[in-house]
Design a protein around this ligand. Structure first.
Ligand code: PEP
Ligand code: MN
Length: 337
């Protein structure tokens, strides 16, 4: 259940309203948005009479029952959307964010060459995997802690915020200076990990599981918010289907569906969705048109020699050309880069 308050409600009035629900079966929480404040009640709310509360509480504008199982990420709490502030840009409504970089950090030279090119082409966030979830135990697993150090060095040198994937909670201290923590598709339902990153005060990019429904993705995000961290970005990265022409099937409807169901920013990863470089530019343009708030793209200075995901990685020239197209298309959706 959610109550949307009038803008004029004072702090004391809000506190007193929240206190009125203090009972064993209900936990209220307050969400302050840019447009209004919402008071949400989670628990057994069936005996609460919404009409009577709206009528008798002058600070309440309206109330609504949330029937979906995801409550804290529900669109009805914050219809205007969530803006996440990064050092150099904003993520969320009216903005478009490009995250790009190699699948895996391979060497200082590799990450620095790519970071330099990303910076020059206007990318806002540099990606680089240090802990790689690979299907085969014999495949390159990433440089781990050393990889994170190389990424941090590139952050310092090129002044770009960075994102990297975490695989388990013991790695959290290594991510202190990483700006966004990525939870990969395979860990989308690692509930212990979700709870742990929920206690952090930094943005989390949560990727959709290989065969997860949109509702399951939202419930995983709900875990992070329930643990106290409301800076979550969702990422559609393709799902398993019967189709074999691409590595996965990019579910662009998920962008539209998620936009209707949640206020969290929605990103698209066309690289893992397609598994093929030639698909990345058209799918990026489609993601912009579908209303995505950003994309995450794999780029490599020498894709043929990449230790991970070379076939889907764009080269520096191809990516620079795509960036130009992104810059042309984003304003058409009333967003800015
Ligand atoms: C990645 O971004 O490098 C990655 C492993 O993605 P996903 O979790 O979507 O497979
Ligand atoms: Mn990859």
């Amino acid at each position: 259940m959610v109550f949307i308050l009038h803008k004029t409600a004072t702090k004391m009035e809000i506190e007193s309203f929240v206190r009125s629900f203090n009972s064993k079966n209900i936990s209220p929480f307050v969400k302050k948005g840019t447009e209004h404040t919402a008071v949400c009640l989670i628990g057994n709310t069936k005996d609460i009479n919404i009409d009577s509360i709206v009528e008798n509480t002058p600070i309440v504008s309206y109330g609504k029952r949330i029937t979906e199982p995801y409550k804290m990420v529900n669109k009805s709490i914050r219809s205007e959307g969530l803006v996440i502030e990064l050092p150099n840009c904003k993520v969320g409504p009216n903005h478009f964010t490009v995250i790009a970089g190699p699948c895996a950090i391979e060497s200082e030279k590799q990450i620095n060459t790519i970071a330099d090119a990303m910076k020059n082409s206007g990318v806002q966030v540099l990606r680089g995997g240090a802990f790689k979830p690979r299907s085969s135990p014999h495949a390159f697993q990433g440089h781990g802690e050393e990889g994170i150090q190389m990424l941090l060095q590139a952050k310092k040198e090129f002044g770009l915020p960075i994102i990297s994937e975490i695989m388990n909670q013991t790695q959290i201290p290594l991510f202190d200076d990483v700006d966004i923590i990525q939870i990969g598709a395979r860990n989308m339902q690692n509930f212990d990990l979700l709870k742990e990153v929920g206690s952090l005060k930094k943005p989390i990019l949560l990727k959709r599981g290989l065969s997860s429904t949109i509702e399951e993705l939202l419930l995983s995000a709900e875990y992070i918010l329930a643990a106290g961290n409301d800076q979550v970005i969702l990422c559609e990265r393709g799902i398993r289907t019967f189709e074999t022409a691409t590595r996965n099937t990019l579910d662009l409807s998920a962008v539209v569906a998620l936009k209707q169901k949640t206020y969290l920013p929605i990103f698209v990863d066309p690289s893992h969705a397609a598994g093929k470089r030639s698909f990345v530019a058209p799918l990026t343009k489609a993601a912009i048109a579908a209303g995505a708030d950003g994309v995450m793209i794999e780029v490599h200075n020498n894709p043929q020699e990449a230790l991970c995901d070379g076939a889907q990685s764009m080269d520096l020239t191809g990516f620079a050309a795509l960036m130009k197209e992104i810059k042309l298309r984003v304003p058409m959706e009333n967003k800015q880069l």
